[in-house]
Design a protein around this ligand. Structure first.
Ligand SMILES: O=c1[nH]c(=O)c2[nH]c(=O)[nH]c2[nH]1
Length: 281
């Protein structure tokens, strides 16, 4: 015997490009929109009864139609509009994730895609609304002000202690808030802290960056960070009779240390379904 466990369904990664042609300077938005609906969906899974199933194709069409009718606004606004729309009937929870890539303006109507950074908004609507905003692909590096020493040594330890190293990471972050937190303030706090912080480990830097966002953004209750340590190894140039004082590096892409953690405001309310996994597996 078995039972239906957690389930959700929806159209993932609808790639929406919206051009606003109001003035001489066109505006360009480029978003991946993923919808996941859940609720009373036993009948479709157990009996093949589709009477409560809003087709994922319809969900995709709704994304495009809403972009035309309502405009996109902020990713949080667009996500909330969609999530609320999908609620009703058998659907008691709607999760919408929006990932946006930026285009830099070249002219009134030409653009270049500059970086792999994405802005992210997650909105879950049920009887309440839950918001997380964030980013991924934000690559940062500092050429000094980073140390790593004092770690235990065992028979497998070869890593040298260092008082001055290159520190680089690709920040992924999600901060949970009430829908009012400024994305720009949070992003600026992350970057200013990374630049200013004298690091004794990437873990310490992660905690400092998370704390900086809580400090800068009163509406943020929690921030989760995932920061791979993009190792920069000093190349041994002695075979060529050359010194290397932290000037020439081998930037290794793998393996990498993966440093992850959350910084939670004292007294933060429950996160509800916000951190539920999507995709499920
Ligand atoms: O900042 C760091 N944290 C670690 O846990 C670690 N481990 C390691 O090998 N190098 C580093 N650097």
């Amino acid at each position: 015997m078995a039972r239906l466990g957690s389930n959700q369904y929806g159209k993932a990664e609808t790639h929406l490009v919206r051009v606003v042609r109001d003035g001489a300077a066109h505006e360009l938005r480029d978003l991946l929109v993923s919808v996941a609906l859940s609720g009373e969906l036993e009948a479709v899974h157990l009996d093949g009864d589709n009477s409560a199933v809003l087709a994922t194709d319809t969900q995709k069409n709704t994304v495009y139609a809403f972009a035309k009718e309502h405009g996109v606004g902020t990713p949080e606004q667009f996500g909330a509009l969609l999530a609320r729309h999908f609620l009703g009937g058998a659907i008691t929870r709607a999760r919408v994730e929006v990932r946006e890539v930026g285009w830099t303006r070249l002219s009134d109507h030409a653009f270049a895609q500059g970086s792999r950074e994405e802005r992210i908004a997650v909105v879950v609507a049920d009887e309440s609304q839950w918001f997380a905003s964030g980013l991924s692909g934000l690559v940062v590096l500092k050429t000094t002000d980073s140390e790593f020493h004092g770690f235990p040594r065992d028979r497998y330890t070869t890593l040298a202690e260092t008082r001055d190293r290159v520190l680089a990471t690709e920040v992924s972050a999600r901060w949970r808030h009430d829908g009012t937190a400024s994305f720009e303030d949070a992003r600026r706090a992350l970057l200013e802290c990374f630049a200013a912080h004298h690091s004794l480990s990437l873990q310490q830097t992660l905690y400092a960056m998370g704390s900086a966002v809580l400090e800068a953004c009163p509406a943020v209750q929690e921030i989760r960070l995932s920061m791979p340590n993009k190792h920069h190894f000093v190349v041994d140039l002695t075979p060529f009779g050359l010194s290397n004082e932290n000037e020439v590096f081998h930037a290794d892409d793998r393996p990498y240390g993966l440093i992850e953690g959350a910084v939670v405001r004292d007294g933060a309310p429950d996160a509800g379904p916000l951190w539920d996994p999507y995709p499920l597996v």
